[in-house]
Design a protein around this ligand. Structure first.
Ligand code: IMP
Length: 188
């Protein structure tokens, strides 16, 4: 089985990627398992730039195929914020409360948002990026206990992402879409 390093140590992301890439006969391993204990500074201004920074940093250490993802929440009424700065918008665990407060005067029809994800891939012969997105809207209160980050305020259909099972979320998430796009590219 061919190995690909996912430049992350996040167990949820690893499981999701492993499930999507297994049918191609590809084993996904974490950067720690590959011996790359680096944490490069994500100082790009786009998701693609940050994904490339992470993938390159790990590829330079492991020298086998690597991919990295970068993602975030883009809120239309906030002109795309927090976007690439989603992880730094508020202290961990307070991002939903801050967003609800910032959106308190925004009417129903202007609460649209999307999760965006870019994956950068590098091997000895090629490098490319693929992306995925998931459209929804920002709720007025936090609902659900699954997931992480902005999931409790991101509504798709009649549920927040935090009210979905992992399988339901993977089917429609930005990261799931980007991983499936990666899968198609690797199939050739
Ligand atoms: P990263 O790409 O994993 O570094 O994610 C950046 C930030 O975007 C995270 O810290 C979260 O706040 C947010 N984010 C990315 N993907 C998701 C998601 O699937 N659900 C909720 N928040 C997310």
């Amino acid at each position: 089985m061919n190995k690909i390093v996912f430049a992350t140590n996040n167990a949820n992301k690893l499981r999701e990627a492993a499930e999507i890439l297994a049918p191609l006969g590809i084993e996904v391993i974490s950067q720690r398992e590959a011996g790359a204990d680096c944490e490069p500074e994500e100082n790009g201004v786009t998701f693609a730039e940050n994904a490339i920074i992470k993938a390159k940093a790990v590829y330079d250490i492991v020298n086998i195929p690597v991919f990295a993802d970068d993602s975030g929440l883009c809120v239309d009424a906030l002109e795309g914020r927090p976007g690439v700065y989603s992880a730094r918008y508020a202290p961990k665990g307070q991002e939903c409360a801050k967003l609800i407060e910032e959106m308190k005067n925004i009417p129903d029809n202007k609460r649209t948002a999307s999760f965006q994800c870019v994956i950068a891939y590098i091997d000895e012969k090629s490098s490319f990026t693929v992306s995925g997105s998931c459209c929804g809207s920002i709720g007025y209160e936090e609902k659900g206990t699954n997931g992480f980050g902005y999931d409790p305020v991101f509504v798709v259909g009649d549920k927040t992402m935090a009210e979905m099972t992992a399988e339901e979320k993977n089917e429609l998430s930005h990261r799931g879409a980007a991983l499936r796009a990666l899968c198609e590219k690797l199939k050739g």
